[in-house]
Design a protein. Sequence first.
Length: 318
Amino acid sequence: MIDVTGLPVAAGGAVTVRVPAKVNVRLAVGPPRADGFHDLVNVFHAVSLYDDVTAAEPVEPGAYSVRVTGLSADQVPLDGGNLAVRAARALAAHAGRAYGADLQIRKAIPVAGGMAGGSADAAGALVACNELWGLGLTREELMEIGGDIGSDVPFALLGGTAVGTGRGERLAPAEVGGRFHWVFALAEGGLSTAEVYATCDRLRAEAGVTAGPPRANAALMEALRAGDAAALGRELANDLQPAALALMPGLAGVLAAGRERGALGAIVSGSGPTCAFLTGSAAEAAALAAGLEAAGVCRAALTAYGDVPGAAVVAAAP
Ligand code: ATP
């Protein structure tokens, strides 16, 4: 079967959406706000590691269920705490209807890895259920609903490269002049995003540092616009990195191993513990990934490129 978009159609009234992971090429963190969040200047970059979220009619009317397969699937909650389920419920509440859905998630984005895998699944569920239920909401409307589920959800819907301000949910698309080739070194275990932010605040307090408002970086934006990997590598910055390294000291060795093997830039991805390395080509990325795996410094090293589009339907049946 082929749907109107010319894409292969999933069996039996189901919609499959593919959603990318993100790496933050800049993550500037301000002081904690009264609401517990931090003001950020967060430059998101969507990369070609994808989760697939399929939404189908519920087994029981009005019920929500979720199944998860793939990378570290056993670490993903299967109850109402699953971000895809929360997103589907939020969409149904927005529509004022008792829909229900059977969700299936195939994970390739590391869980609790600082690459916004849970947010990707929430975004995937919003797009898939919007289609399954025939709601016809725009991407902007879905971004609005997604922002209440998690700060990274709107970007998973938008994709590409974008500057996030506020707690990261207010997005301005950024121009990118070329394809960037990345290696992602996966760690054993994950880091809690909340714990990493709390550690960032504690380290600053102990050092007597008062964080100013987070700022953009013109050189970084120019490197993106020019498609200049060497310049982008020099400008990568993550204010959460000292906290991630304090919680998982072994990550310093992973970053050093990548730099020694010629990475143009090395950074902890978001709240970690995944480490991201920028290289000059697909061949360099493959060689670096093989080198890191051979050195035994990580659980696995994956190659990917960016940027890529946000959540998109890849298969649908009416
Ligand atoms: P971020 O980069 O946005 O800080 P992350 O990539 O570090 O997030 P996630 O993979 O999003 O982390 O998972 C964080 C936690 O959210 C997990 O430990 C898990 O318990 C929970 N979670 C809920 N739903 C999901 C989901 N669908 N996929 C992954 N984790 C989920």
